[in-house]
Write a protein that binds this ligand. Structure first.
Ligand SMILES: Nc1nc(=O)c2c([nH]1)NC[C@@H]1CN(c3ccc(C(=O)N[C@@H](CCC(=O)O)C(=O)O)cc3)CN21
Ligand SMILES: CC(C)C(=O)C(=O)O
Ligand SMILES: [Mg+2]
Length: 280
């Protein structure tokens, strides 16, 4: 069943959404701006400022209070993906493929990615992995599904990596990450997220590949940047070194809830302005 609906109030000449070729053409230009969003309202607020919105599987921690992204399901990604597409009119929406939905074979990956695009109306998917995923990326790309790749610190592999520490501290690991990025670029990825690597690795990849690189804990010399929206807004409590909070939403929520609770307990809310009185 498709849950995709056109944006409410879409006019006869709607603002055209940013396309995958436009993102590709952003290589080496003004840095591409990307944030995650999981809900329609937050997507609508972030949309005018972003080139791309990512419905990240980080919704595991941010929305669901899960300890890692491993338990995330296709159903969760489709529900939040459809909400973000409804909320955003301008940005290209990319949806994370959840752990277990694409690794077994390129055919399994195609079925999962096709379901995501059908049920959400999004334009592209993202998946984690390098050399091991190159064949899958080529298979999807040749069949009309734009793929954003994700190399370096790949959180779905937390059980194999043993944690969320920065990657590429040994020469062998640095070479492996650069090889992964080259492989996914050669396979046709339209962009590559580089997460949690030593800065020289991110710079070397950005200089080596023809598609845009999107950094998170990587380098300002990447072709764009992505952060988890709630981290950037100052709402999420446990944030990695690579986060900069531009907002103070947690403090705003605490302040509002404190004053609301005090008003309720003092019978100071609701007042006449917020109640329905009989007509005289
Ligand atoms: N809110 C949020 N922000 C993210 O960036 C994010 C998620 N959730 N969930 C999915 C993944 C997980 N990510 C993470 C999670 C934790 C660290 C972290 O704690 N890093 C520590 C170093 C840890 C170590 O050395 O073992 C740091 O200080 O940066 C990094 C990336 C990035 N992604
Ligand atoms: C951190 C970004 C790149 C991501 O994959 C997510 O939010 O799930
Ligand atoms: Mg992710």
């Amino acid at each position: 069943m498709s849950t995709f609906q056109p944006e409410a109030g879409a006019s006869a000449t709607p603002l055209r959404r940013i396309t995958v070729p436009a993102i590709r053409a952003g290589k080496g230009g003004t840095p591409l701006v990307m944030l995650t969003a999981y809900t329609a309202r937050v997507a609508a607020l972030l949309d005018p400022h972003c080139d791309m919105l990512l419905v990240g599987d980080s919704l595991a921690q941010v929305i669901y209070g899960l300890p890692s992204t491993v338990p995330v399901t296709l159903e969760m990604m489709c529900a939040h993906g459809a909400a973000v597409v409804r909320g955003a009119a301008h940005a290209l929406v990319v949806i994370d493929m959840p752990f277990g939905s694409y690794e077994a074979s390129k055919e399994v990956a195609f079925d999962s990615a096709a379901r995501i695009l059908k049920e959400t109306g999004a334009s592209a998917v993202k998946l984690e992995g390098g050399v091991a995923m190159a064949e899958t990326i080529a298979f999807l790309s040749a069949r009309g599904i734009p793929v954003m790749a994700h190399v370096g610190l790949t959180p779905q592999a937390v059980n194999a990596l043993g944690g969320y520490g920065a990657r590429g501290r040994s020469e062998a690991e640095a070479a492996k990450i650069i090889g992964d990025a080259q492989a996914v670029a050669d396979a046709g990825a339209f962009a590559i997220v580089i997460e949690g690597v030593l800065e020289p690795i991110a710079v070397a990849i950005t200089e080596a590949v023809a598609c845009p690189t999107i950094g998170i804990g990587a380098s300002a010399r990447c072709d764009g940047q992505v952060l988890v929206g709630e981290d950037m807004l100052g709402l999420f409590d446990r944030t990695p070194k690579f986060v900069k909070a531009y907002g103070t939403m947690a403090a705003g929520v605490t302040d509002a809830a404190t004053r609301y609770a005090a008003d309720v307990r003092a019978r100071a809310f609701p007042t006449a302005a917020e109640t329905y009185q009989p007509k005289i």
